[in-house]
Each structure stands twice: as structure tokens, then as C-alpha cells.
Design a protein around this ligand. Sequence first.
Ligand SMILES: [Zn+2]
Ligand SMILES: [Zn+2]
Length: 259
Amino acid sequence: MVVSRTTPSRQTRAQASPYNLRPVRSSCPSSSSDSSPSSSSTSLSSPRTSGSGSDTDDSLHHDVRATRFAISKVTDFLEKHVTKERSDFSKEKAKLVKAKNQAEKDRDAIAATLANLKKDIDKFIASKDEAITCSICTMCMERLFTIVECNHTFCYDCLRQWFQSSLSEQLKYRDVPEEHAHPPYTAQTLEFLFQQAFIHVLLYKCPLCRSSVRKRPVEVPLLKDLVAVISTTLGPPKEPAIVNPHLEDDDIWAGVFRA
Ligand SMILES: [Zn+2]
Ligand SMILES: [Zn+2]
């Protein structure tokens, strides 16, 4: 705010037009034709009074200096204010850029983690299918039976068929009556074959490693539960399991192993 010293004559001029700023010609001859800010200034307009005494010139010079000083103060203030605002803006902008870069990094890291997780899940699902798939029929083993001699595991249906085929091969060159010569063999047929001495020992081998199998394959409860949990958690297998009706028998290995 420009405050000028007031003399009666200046006060009159200021009151006449308090906000009417206009360029004031400097008394310096060199600046009479110079319109640059350094050589011109504004002042409260004051109609020229009649006469051109030295008091009037001094007064005008004083007004010019006061106005220049005020403008300089205002300019300094504005420049400082603008500089500070600009600095604050630059700092905020830098913060935002930093936050944006960090957010992009976080986003990329999350995307990479999700991609890896998806790979692991796909891998686990694939291994799950492999783990609960019978290597003979490539279907899910709902009822797993393990050959105790070698610990290889297969579904019941495949093992039963494998053993029955082996028995058929064993009887191939023996003079077995036609009604007992071919699978499926029953418990009665098996007893008949032993009693009639068509066979003396069951020569079974593991379908995978060819180890001799003399004992009944056993169902491993833990393995069965594990398969059930995996199937429940990760969904049903790609192929349905074969449910062999002999699984409902009192002796599920009847016709394959002797009681
Ligand atoms: Zn199988
Ligand atoms: Zn084996």
C-alpha cells in the first residue's frame, strides 16, 4: 500500500484520484524519452498546479521516489511469493513423481508375483493330476492300492485286470477246462485251479517294475485321504475314476489272491 507523505496540496491531489496511477515523467532530461520501467514510474495523479516552483518539483520527485519504493517493495514481495510457490510446487511435483514411480514399481512387482503364483498353481495342479493318476489307465485313482513289494500304486480296476491277465497267461499252456481257462476268474475258479494242481503258485509281477507280487496290494489310508483332499480342494480330475463293482465285495481280491 502506497502511503505518501501528505502535504495539504498533495493530500488534495490524492483525494481527488486515489487509485489513478499514471506514468510520471522524470525530471531527469535523459529519461524524458525513455519509456522503460526503470526510467518511468507511476504516481498518484495530481493535476499540475499553476506555477512551477521548486517546491512543486521537490514534491513530485518525492512522490516518484515513494512510488518507486512502494512498487519495488510490492515487486519484491510478489517475486518472493512466486518463487516460494514455485519451489513448493516443484517439491510437490517431485513427491508426486516419486510416488507415481513407486506405485508403478509396486504394480509391476505385484504383477510379477501374481504371474509366478499362477505358474506355481498351474504346476501344482499338473503335478496333482499326475500324483493321483494311475500310470496304467491315466485316470484318477480314487481307490489307490499299493504293491507292498515295491510300493508302486495303481487303481484297483487296473491292478485287478492286470493280475487276471497274468493268471490267464499262466494257464495258457495247461489243460484247463474251458469254463475255467479265461478271465474273469472267481474265487471258486481259483480254488479249483489250485485243487486240481493246474497251478501251484500265483506268478504275478508289478506292472511298472516287474517285481514279484506275492501279497495282496494294500490300500494306504493316508494316501486315500490325501487324494480326497486334493480332489476336493483343486477340483475333480480331468477323467473320472473307474469304480469297479468288486470294490463292494467282502473280499475285493477274490479270484485274484486266495483267501
Ligand atoms: Zn488305473
Ligand atoms: Zn513296482
